[in-house]
Design a protein around this ligand. Structure first.
Ligand SMILES: C[S@@+](CC[C@H](N)C(=O)[O-])C[C@H]1O[C@@H](n2cnc3c(N)ncnc32)[C@H](O)[C@@H]1O
Length: 308
């Protein structure tokens, strides 16, 4: 099957890890729910933010009816064209946040919604699911099932928000282990206003040398860009952090979990007030954002340095 796509959806389709995670979860749903659709027990799916229509295409054999909804008109035209031969798929050009689900006169057994992005900040997965979940039948399922987010302290070269997939790759060093700071189950109603206090532990002297290898293993580029001599003096136990890195893990279902891929939640670097500390210290920070509100809603605050 050849899909007509624009350049953004081409990149989404080329990300095989992302696609195979969703395909596996859809296949797994079908296996657990009786395989191919036989029409006797009408099964309905919603594909929210259907884009090129690829996830409806994966689900078409298992469901009696699929309602696919896409906001962007030119993308909707592509989905309509790509899915035209499948009589059980109906494509709507609409904003899910105002879409009148009650006019469908039926609820979904399965909601598929890939409007994900790192920590759920920049796309509308959470507000969309808060609205659509009311139209899920009892015993229904959502793919993906949820998300786990973690954070770690970093020193980074630029002072703006960057993704790991950026054309100009961010240059940074991680200065402590990643800690899980939030976990969501998409079956629950979720408050879009997120706020958490997170304690980030900085590596000890030996771990830092092991993990980062500083002077011996660091590339000349990093060494110069970071002005390492000034910012890091492990001998004298002096370090600086100026950002956090967020990593998101998508729980497709109970057994499939997918880490960052180029087009599915690439790691995100967020600048923070530059703070001096020592090896093995911890730093307590406050992280706030609006899920679905965009990266401009992100706020960070350094609350406290805790000496070991
Ligand atoms: C990350 S893409 C995923 C596309 C497709 N489901 C896939 O997996 O390849 C998210 C899609 O959701 C659409 N979208 C974003 N906000 C929307 C909204 N409020 N209502 C309907 N569609 C929306 C975007 O235009 C985009 O095509």
């Amino acid at each position: 099957m050849k899909f007509k796509v624009n350049s953004y959806h081409f990149k989404l389709l080329r990300d095989y890890e992302r696609l195979s995670a969703f395909k596996e979860a859809i296949d797994d749903y079908a296996i657990r729910n009786g395989g191919d659709s036989n029409g006797s027990n009408c099964k309905v799916a919603f594909d929210l933010g259907c884009g090129s229509g690829v996830l409806s295409y994966f689900a078409r054999r298992y469901m009696d009816k699929i309602i696919a909804i896409e906001l962007n008109n030119s993308t909707y035209q592509l989905a309509k064209e790509n899915l035209k031969e499948f009589d059980n798929i109906q494509v709507f050009n609409d904003d899910i946040l105002s879409f009148d689900f009650s006019k469908l006169n039926e609820k979904a057994d399965l909601i598929i919604c890939e409007m994900l992005d790192t920590a759920l900040i920049d796309e509308e997965e959470v507000p969309v699911l808060n609205r659509a979940r009311k139209f899920l039948n009892d015993g229904g399922e959502i793919i993906p099932k949820g998300m786990v987010n973690s954070a770690e302290a970093v020193f980074m070269n630029n002072h703006f928000i960057q993704y790991e997939d950026d054309e100009y790759s961010p240059i940074y060093v991680s200065l402590g282990e990643s800690v899980v700071y939030s976990e969501f189950d998409f079956m629950d109603e979720i408050d879009c206003n997120f706020s958490a206090e997170i304690e980030l532990k900085i590596y000890g002297k030996e771990e830092l040398v092991d993990e980062i290898g500083f002077e011996e293993r660091l590339s000349q580029e990093k060494y110069e860009k970071f002005n390492f001599k000034e910012n890091f003096n492990i001998e004298e136990d002096k370090l600086k952090i100026n950002g956090i890195k967020l990593t998101s893990f998508t729980k497709l279902n109970e057994s499939i979990i997918c880490g960052p891929t180029p087009m599915l939640n690439p790691e995100m670097l967020i600048p923070m007030e530059e703070t001096e500390l020592k090896c093995s210290d911890s730093v307590r920070i406050k992280l706030e954002y609006v899920m679905g509100g965009g990266v401009e809603t992100i706020r960070t605050d350094v609350l406290e340095i805790i000496h070991q």
